[in-house]
Design a protein around this ligand. Sequence first.
Ligand SMILES: [Zn+2]
Ligand SMILES: [Zn+2]
Length: 397
Amino acid sequence: MRAVCWNGTHDVRIERVPDPEILNPRDAIVRVTLTAICGSDLHLYDGYIPTMKAGDILGHEFMGEIVEIGAGVQNLRKGDRVVVPFNIACGRCYFCTGKMWSCCDNSNPNAWMAETAYGHSPAGLFGYSHMLGGYAGGQAEYVRVPFADTGPLKIHNGMRDEEVLFLSDIFPTGYQAAENCGIREGDTIAVWGCGPVGQFAIRSALMLGAERVFAIDHFPQRLDLARQGHPGQFHEDDRIETINFDEDEVYDHLMSATGGRGPDACIDAVGLESHGTTVDALFDRIKVASLLATDRIHVLRQAARTVRKNGTISIPGVYGGFADKFPIGAIFGKGITIRCGQTHVHNYMQPLLERIEKEEIHPSFIISHRYNLDEAPDAYKNFRYHQNECRKVVLCP
Ligand SMILES: [Zn+2]
Ligand SMILES: [Zn+2]
């Protein structure tokens, strides 16, 4: 089959590789019908994530048709159409039975690598380094899905792939970020970063009852998209206000907009999105190699300074290593709650599918570019270097 393979920094190739096979009774093989490149894939592309090996198949946002199932899978049939969550979860461990799917204890065969850095290992992920399981990803014609009786969501409604694909990651990730804000009717929420996760967080905050949402970025097209509110309508939503941080001082703007009180919650959707799991060595490399680390900590500091007393900071982006000048003084002095972590995608797929069915949201609004799988090298390049215009790329095998 054809697959998108990582071969080093800025070196992604289409390669012929062996078809995946059923290895365990609870596996299924999915023929991929649509897959996406995630912002976090760019950190693999840029060479920031350790424990990648040449030839690794990329991709953790994908959907398709079941073509083969292991003997232990009772709830799927050949021909079923499924969306697959990006984190792999066994469904039976302490964390899975407690619905903390992204913390599954059984899905990372290389847990020791993550334990070295964090003390414990999060769940394994598709196509995201050997430290997180070394699983082949979904930017390919076929993919093996472990614990297939637990993760995949069946799609019966005939809805287009483009409308349901993002249930695999970015819609649940944005939604969980908003849910973690503990929004009450009338709240004001500020969202840093209008990339795909930020866009879904903005819309989710409104769904959950926020009265005003401030969207903060410096890419004009991303701010324009944020202002469109409900994407089916293509008119500006007056509940959403934008702040271009190149032109405006964010703290001052938010204080004058809220009578000096500050937003009830702040969402930090900048940086490695939801699943850049890294080690301290990586943090040092990032610090040295770019301004990323500074920027990301800058957002967290700005959020801690801006959020109202007793407010919440929700972080859908993972901070991989050790942060310098962590604003513990503001967090303690103002009684701030911080909520974060990888998304428990499994909890959100069905309820968010229902919101899509009710046309509360059309997730395909986020797609800006469509490519054939064979064009993946160009797709990565475009996504990496044209962030204003290129906000979300899908690949069709
Ligand atoms: Zn993703
Ligand atoms: Zn588990």
